[in-house]
Write a protein that binds this ligand. Structure first.
Ligand code: PXL
Length: 296
């Protein structure tokens, strides 16, 4: 009996870590500018999800500022797998954002493989995987992004349940030329061409159309859904990260993709309106702290 009592205590200790929904988010952290992890942590928290951040790099300011510097964290990344496995953590979801090198992508793959194995799931279903393949916008790759990295991201798509590229990123992943005037039918075909047997849903985000931003939601064997919102003011840093974080939180909380996208559209449009009213500089990210209660 002593043995089973001990075993019982052991199980209880392990289960303790996993009583609340947890998401591992692998992305960079900008201490000023409210992008990437600086958006995901508070937004997921407001959605009652514990965000376990794996920083790929830590920036003073994001790269949209004249002055910024960063510490690369790639050498630290395997320690997260080792320590978190030893701690007995399991995750409801694993998400990735900006990845700067093939090494970081390889690490994300190992992270997903390790925490999806039966041994490290503690009888929970496998984590859902969400990839925001951050590469560029308006037909151009970000200056810091190298084309070779896109190849690695294509491999990551194969193990993603959900994918949230913008039109530029979707075109790079599909290896086709960017055309900002693509018709809805062509965008639907583009989305379908990115789907793999694993895909549960895919959203092509923020396509500008006559004063609106349109999100195209592709779900296998269902008609393409379009979710549009009026574009307010200039582009603002970090908007995509806030958007992706609300979608991720919605999925983890059991919403279908289209519903999660609608919630993200509403939240981002309120945050942008607040930024305009408060005259926040476009570099500084969205003042989402003002309205986090909307996510509760
Ligand atoms: O929001 C995307 C992003 C994330 N991380 C860093 C960035 C940017 C966009 O500029 O510079 C460091």
């Amino acid at each position: 009996m002593g043995i089973s009592a001990d075993a019982g205590r052991q199980v209880l200790t392990e289960v303790d870590h996993n009583r609340q929904k947890k998401v591992a988010v692998i992305n960079d952290y900008s201490s000023f500018g409210r992008c990437s992890l600086a958006a995901s942590v508070p937004i997921l928290a407001a959605m009652r999800i514990q965000c376990c951040a794996v920083p790929t790099a830590v920036f003073t300011n994001h790269t949209g500022f004249k002055n910024f510097s960063y510490a690369d964290m790639t050498d630290r990344m395997d320690a997260y797998i080792a320590d978190w496995q030893a701690t007995g953590l399991s995750f409801s979801a694993i998400a990735s954002g900006y990845l700067a090198s093939e090494r970081q992508i390889g690490y994300v793959r190992r992270f997903i493989e390790n925490f999806s194995s039966d041994l490290h799931r503690h009888l929970q279903p496998p984590p859902l995987t969400f990839v925001d393949p951050v590469m560029g916008d308006y037909g151009k790759l970000y200056p810091s992004f190298r084309r070779e990295v896109a190849e690695g991201l294509r491999a990551l798509v194969l193990i993603a349940d959900y994918l949230a590229p913008n039109l530029t990123e979707a075109c790079v992943l599909a290896d086709r030329s960017y055309d900002p005037e693509m018709s809805e039918k062509e965008i639907g075909e583009l989305a379908a061409s990115l789907a793999t047997p694993r895909t549960k849903g895919l959203v092509i985000t923020g396509v500008p159309r006559e004063g609106y931003l349109v999100n195209y939601v592709y779900t296998p064997n269902a008609p393409l859904e379009t979710i549009a919102t009026a574009k307010i003011g200039p582009d603002r840093s970090g908007t995509g990260d806030v958007f992706a974080s609300v979608i991720l939180g919605g999925l983890v909380n059991g919403k279908p993709l289209a519903e999660a996208v609608r919630a993200a559209v509403t939240f981002v449009s309120h945050a942008v309106a607040r930024a305009e009213a408060m005259q926040i500089p476009t570099t500084d990210g969205l003042p989402f702290e003002e309205i986090l209660n909307e996510l509760w």
